[in-house]
Design a protein around this ligand. Structure first.
Ligand code: SF4
Length: 139
């Protein structure tokens, strides 16, 4: 399930018993956001949902800062390459590096929070990206 809106993190089943409060969520790198909860069934493809987060950011970006304006488009491209590339670990490294730049370099929450759904999908559902668990942790 995704908590906190379209830029909230995906919360795996193993964390569903975590209290829905700011401190408990922050301790796990999650966000309460506006409190919205979207539940997907097990047919959801988490790589496609991660890509959608980058696409959403690209569409909604005001364009003022580079990490959000350009990073969101590069994010879509990198997620596409993870599925097809031979150098999957290098692409995962690029995606994590890009997300770090977006979190710390964006001027507002639009670019700064887009990595939440992207990285939580990658961390918890690597198989949907065509990755073995060890490949998904490349940093
Ligand atoms: S992070 Fe905010 S300020 Fe920067 S381009 Fe995106 S919407 Fe604009």
């Amino acid at each position: 399930m995704q908590v906190g809106g379209p830029l909230g993190a995906y919360v795996p089943e193993s964390q569903w018993d975590v209290p829905l409060d700011y401190e408990a969520y922050a301790a796990l790198g999650l966000v309460v956001g506006h409190g919205g909860i979207v539940v997907h069934d097990d047919t959801a493809n988490m790589a496609k949902l991660a890509r959608y987060a980058m696409e959403f950011c690209a569409l909604e970006s005001c364009g003022k800062c580079t990490p959000c304006r350009i990073g969101s488009t590069r994010g879509m491209e990198t997620i596409d390459r993870i599925a097809s590339a031979k150098d999957k670990e290098q692409q995962v490294h690029l995606l994590r590096d890009l997300c770090d730049t977006m979190v710390h370099g964006s001027l507002c929450a639009m670019g700064g929070m887009t990595p939440y759904p992207v990285l939580s999908a990658l961390n918890h559902y690597p198989a949907d990206f065509g990755l073995q668990p060890a490949e998904a942790t490349a940093s």
